[in-house]
Design a protein around this ligand. Structure first.
Ligand code: SF4
Length: 628
């Protein structure tokens, strides 16, 4: 088979680093112990420096190395020194000590907002690169975090890479087209002169990045990209080989990402084949065994035939971009089904019948995902750092790291707890299906009272679903309703941004107009509302997973995994409480109004992170102008 001309073979994989090799490399630094020497190694690469007799802070690369002190213990004779926030230096040393002195495979880094995680992770990778010349992947679920890292002047040694659709072709024949639809994707013999040129010197914005990234010490990608990288055969496309270190931030989302990769849907809207050729899909009452037989014997036959037809076209080099897309979708589907068929005889999968656009569909999801993550993620590095503000107790088991040797570093919050109280005494009732009708009016009144107390300040309400958000909006007292904006499901970020820009007194009779309250859905993570952008947080509904979902129901009702169910909810609550406390001098209050969430907090303190626990029902700080 001919292969696409836009190819790069993979880079050489990193050889694993033994603890002895690492310790030997450390000897170049002075110190009585390995920990002393590690401290000096961290100082030598820390990306931020500060003036010895002044306040100026600069990226390290803007200052001559000879002007920078060798370590924080030496100032004499130097104009600049490595500059750390509280805990940062100690934490990087702890992480490296766990991985390379204690020789563990994995380090869990529980690190709340404000700990400067991007710098911590970056410095860990820099030390490994400077001492033993090995490379790292850094990964996070959110593209917005990748963009932040790209813009961060202190992180000058990274190369960020997102999916192909995020970049535009620069070849004159197809300039401006997204890379995944560009001419090199559809014409197999298209030879592009920009593909093997770094993006920084006029090369392809995507392939040039991958090309430059292959030799770079730290490639930053999103989780989907890194998981997809594990499936790219070296002869088919550009990709990255195994590296020494993988640093994954916001690791609490990894289970959801794995589900997206492993789960699949069967239906006319999801599998692009000629459905007239497919024998009838089994009915709604068909058991899993019957559906599996139909997939194996009937559906896969048509999928294979159609893939062969399209592959033959691909070989001619003349393929429409739609056909290329179809072939890619079929290959992905085929791979997921093969994965499923190899697994389902040994492990439980949830099967859900549903409808979309008047057509039936059947969804498959594994009940647990840990066993898949080795192949998709962990096998791409020798050592792993998993970082989050919220790491649940059963985390290693959930994500398939329980057979590895795991250490943990906990970073205390630098934000005073009395400036970020979590108030549980204002709860009004439960928001379970059976009690919701009764609770909604009380909940809306309570939100109205809180909005009045905080008049002149902005606040976000976490509603968990658009239906609940709308019902609360409809029941709010009239004057509060006019100061309230309802999140637009078709433009989530846009509606949040327009609310953030509004004055808290802004009043409107339209749902997209008010400036004080924002009734949000799915904003517990990835949102930063600093200082006056939001002074209070309201949790109106405990964000429990949907029990109507077969997978969730199997774990909770059949397997009795109630702790997992509560942990998922509490992680969301903790994440939500962090949206409005973004700096040491910030202040805000979080109200938990759903009694189920309050009960979950009080009965499961072992699941709570220390930084959250210390803020629950804490006395308020005297130096904050709390509303009366
Ligand atoms: S510049 Fe365009 S044609 Fe060339 S490799 Fe990139 S996307 Fe493909």
């Amino acid at each position: 088979m001919k292969t696409n001309m836009v190819q790069q073979s993979r880079d050489e994989p990193d050889q694993p680093v033994s603890s002895d090799e690492f310790k030997a490399a450390l000897q170049k630094y002075e110190g009585q112990t390995n920990r002393d020497r590690l401290a000096r190694a961290v100082d030598a690469v820390w990306p931020v420096v500060t003036e010895v007799n002044g306040d100026a802070v600069r990226p390290r690369q803007q200052v001559a190395e000879t002007d920078i002190g060798n370590c924080v213990d030496e100032t004499a004779g130097f104009a600049w020194m490595p500059s750390y926030r509280e805990h940062q230096r100690r934490v990087v040393i702890d992480v490296l000590e766990i991985l390379y002195i204690e020789d563990k495979d994995v380090c869990l880094l529980s690190s709340p907002t404000g700990s400067g995680k991007s710098l911590l992770l970056n410095a860990t990778a820099r030390v490994v690169n400077s001492l033993v010349n090995r490379r790292a992947f850094t990964s996070t679920p959110l593209n917005s975090l990748i963009d932040q890292m790209d813009d961060d002047e202190f992180l000058d040694d990274i190369i960020t890479v997102k999916g192909r659709n995020n970049y535009q072709c620069i070849h004159p024949s197809d300039s401006g087209t997204p890379v995944d639809e560009a001419i090199c994707q559809t014409e197999s013999d298209f030879d592009c002169r920009y593909k093997d040129q770094p993006h920084t010197s006029g090369g392809c914005p995507y392939y040039g990045r991958v090309y430059a990234g292959q030799t770079n010490s730290n490639v930053v990608t999103n989780l989907s990209y890194l998981m997809a990288n594990s499936m790219i055969p070296s002869e088919v496309d550009a990709g990255f080989s195994e590296r020494e270190l993988m640093l994954v931030d916001e690791i609490q989302s990894v289970e959801d990402f794995a589900l997206l990769f492993v789960g699949f849907t069967v239906g006319e809207h999801n599998v692009p084949v000629d459905w007239d050729r497919v024998p009838n899909m089994p009915g709604k009452r068909a058991d899993q065994e019957t559906v599996i037989e139909w997939i194996e014997n009937d559906l896969l036959r048509v999928v294979t035939e159609q893939m062969e037809e399209l592959s033959a076209k691909e070989e001619t080099g003349m393929m429409a971009s739609k056909e290329k897309e179809q072939l890619d979708d079929l290959r992905r589907f085929n791979q997921k089904v093969a994965n499923f068929l190899g697994d389902v005889r040994e492990h439980e999968w949830a099967m859900t019948h549903d409808m979309i656009g008047g057509k039936r569909k059947i969804e498959f999801e594994p009940i647990t995902v840990g066993r898949f993550l080795h192949g998709y993620l962990w096998s791409q590095s020798h050592k792993i750092v998993c970082s989050s503000a919220t790491i649940p107790p059963s985390f290693t088991e959930e994500v398939g790291l329980d057979s590895m040797d795991v250490g943990r570093v906990d970073v205390p919050s630098t934000f005073p707890n009395k400036r970020r109280p979590v108030i549980t005494s204002e709860a009004v009732g439960k928001m379970t299906m059976s009690e919701r009708d009764k609770t909604i009016p009380k909940m809306a009144d309570q939100i109205g009272r809180i909005a009045d107390v905080w008049a002149g300040h902005k606040g976000i309400v976490h509603c968990n679903s658009y239906k609940i958000a709308e019902r609360l909006y409809d029941r709010l007292p009239n004057d509060v309703q006019r100061r309230t904006q309802l999140q637009d499901g078709d433009d989530r970020e846009g509606s949040l941004a327009s609310w953030v820009d509004q004055d808290p007194d802004e009043s409107s009779r339209y749902r997209d107009g008010g400036g004080q309250l924002f009734l949000s859905v799915g904003m517990a993570e990835g949102v930063s509302l600093d200082h006056d952008q939001s002074r209070f947080n309201i949790i109106a509904k405990a964000p429990y997973e949907y029990l109507g979902d077969d997978r969730v129901s199997c774990r909770v009702n059949d397997r009795g995994e109630f702790k997992w169910y509560v942990s998922k909810m509490l992680i969301d609550v903790m994440q939500a409480s962090g949206r409005t406390m973004r700096a040491k001098d910030d202040w805000c209050a979080t109200y938990i109004l759903d009694k189920s969430a309050v009960d979950g907090i009080h009965r499961n303190t072992d699941v709570l992170e220390g930084w959250f626990k210390e803020s629950v029902d804490v006395e308020l700080s005297d130096d904050v102008p709390w509303p009366e």
